[in-house]
Ligand binder design. Sequence first.
Ligand code: DCP
Length: 253
Amino acid sequence: LLRSPHCHSSTGPMDDINRVKRVSIEGNIAVGKSTFAQLLQFAGQDWEVVPEPVGKWQSIESGSSQQKVSNLLDMMYQDPQRWSYTFQTNSCMSRMRTQLQPPPARLLRAEGVPVQVFERSVYSDRYVFALNMFELGCINSTEWAVYQDWHSFLVEQFGRQVELEGIIYLRAPPQKCMERLGQRGRVEEKGVQLDYLEKLHTQHERWLIDKSTKLHFERLTRVPVLVLDASLEFEEDPKVWAKFITQVKDFFS
Ligand code: DCP
């Protein structure tokens, strides 16, 4: 599905880089994206997982001394009205950096279809989280206009480098994510309510299933989406995991 026509006819370094497919893993908070990504990394040598930079949001560093100045994730949950725009700016900037990382040499030498797998993307930042915060009134209309302006500008400027060839949607009921969120116990998230996860679930569904989110990037509407039932305990049940891997391999080949 994700194979490109010039897959086996590489002639130079740019062709090598263009051979690498970029795929993001999307899904609600605590659905299991990191676990899924780690397991995926072990399952195929042509796949490279680039983790989400959440640690950076928990530890904002001063530009000059590089000392920790704050925990922006915590600030955003404590006072969303004040900090959502700042958080979404920071989150998307760190994501841009991540998505712009060149694929490692190992991947360029891969025989099959080399795949760079990202946890989330600049697209879920905008069409799930920032949009949700705007709809909740935590990002005001001026901030939303500014956000959309720089987001569109950067994505268009970087072009091919931040485009995706596929999306894996880990889909699970918000109640299931709530249970997993409780089990993992990230301190900043202790105030997160089921209602918030329900809203994020709806945003994912609108974007990836109903296709009713108004997307600024025309190409994004054509990106293939693989939907996996992440309510199943894929980490504990080898049968579930084996089935997932088959689906992912079919999707990548
Ligand atoms: N977050 C946010 N806005 C974004 C991206 C993330 O508010 N644009 C928040 C939601 C979570 C934290 O950052 O509190 C990390 O969210 P993710 O769902 O991206 O990562 P998880 O670690 O929760 O994913 P999983 O448990 O599925 O691995």
